[in-house]
Design a protein around this ligand. Structure first.
Ligand SMILES: [Zn+2]
Ligand SMILES: [Zn+2]
Length: 283
């Protein structure tokens, strides 16, 4: 179980490695371009080589890319849908070029149209992305908190979507805060066991490729997506010990996406905390 964090890749992806090492991260999640802009530029070969060398030297665990926030595969707006497909295709192509594990993204909102209405469009879009970007990297759907008609807050719905896509390259990223906000009790061993039984039944634990390791500012079942530092929120240290002790997570990399104790994003203090919790969970 690699314990990692989301780190900035500004100034070039190879810069992310040093930032990860600085806080003690064992694996990285990065945005290879600005998450709030469509603009994308393929990373030059020289930067790819520097990134790969830095990752090898640091003995870094799996790197994953997070899709930009604008992606909306369930949107009614055709131009927006086309740009979303293009953006995720570019990210997957880059993942293949750099040899990183995969790309995860938010299924986003059906905007009140309902799951049934958008399913075919979503499935067709994912098929097109996987066809346009062949290779080994996977594409993972992230479970949502359920805010604003966002798809995939319940494992049943995420599972339906994954069965409909029916590809070995489609995987899942599990955000602990989103699961909690969607009504899954991640704060106790019994709660985690029940949640992961349901996850396995509806999706299959073999699809689980990444964990977003975030405590929650908001109440269980609130549907509100608000991350908190580890141990400062409603899931709590005991909750993370229960999560890390559960076999479903044994070989899955964790990535912090917390606000940070100095409000600067994932930091050494949060990393040290989850490392201590891992030690307790494994003893
Ligand atoms: Zn996310
Ligand atoms: Zn979130």
């Amino acid at each position: 179980m690699h314990l990692g964090a989301h780190v900035s890749a500004s100034g070039g992806i190879e810069k992310a490695v040093g930032r990860a090492l600085e806080i003690g991260a064992e694996a990285m999640q990065i945005f290879p371009s600005s998450p709030r802009m469509w603009r994308f530029k393929m990373t030059p070969d020289a930067n790819i080589a520097r990134f790969q060398a830095a990752v090898a030297e640091a003995n870094m665990g799996p790197t994953v890319f997070h899709g930009i926030y604008l992606c909306a595969l369930a949107s009614e707006d055709e131009a927006l849908l086309a740009r979303s497909i293009e953006s995720l295709t570019n990210y997957l192509k880059l993942a293949e070029a750099i040899q990183v594990e995969g790309v995860l993204f938010h299924p986003a909102s059906h905007k009140g149209r309902g799951y049934e209405t958008v399913e075919k469009q979503f499935v067709d879009a994912v098929h097109q992305i996987l066809e346009d970007a062949p290779g080994t990297p996977w594409l993972a759907l992230e479970n949502s908190a359920g805010m604003g008609d966002h798809l995939g807050s319940k494992f049943e719905e995420l599972g339906r979507l994954i069965k409909a896509i029916d590809s070995p390259r489609i995987k899942v990223c599990f955000d602990t805060q989103h699961a909690w906000a969607a009504g899954y009790d991640m704060s106790t061993a019994d709660g985690v066991a029940a949640a992961m039984d349901e996850f396995d039944r509806e999706i299959g634990v073999d699809r689980l490729k990444a964990v977003h390791c975030n405590d929650s500012k908001t109440a269980m079942g609130s549907s509100v997506d608000r991350h908190e530092n580890i141990g400062e929120g409603e899931i709590g240290v005991d909750g993370f010990e229960a999560i890390m002790s559960h076999p479903a997570f044994a070989d899955v990399p964790f990535y912090l996406e917390v606000p940070g104790f100095e409000k600067g994003g994932p930091d050494k203090k949060n990393m040290d905390l989850i490392k201590t919790i891992r030690e307790r969970a494994q003893s």
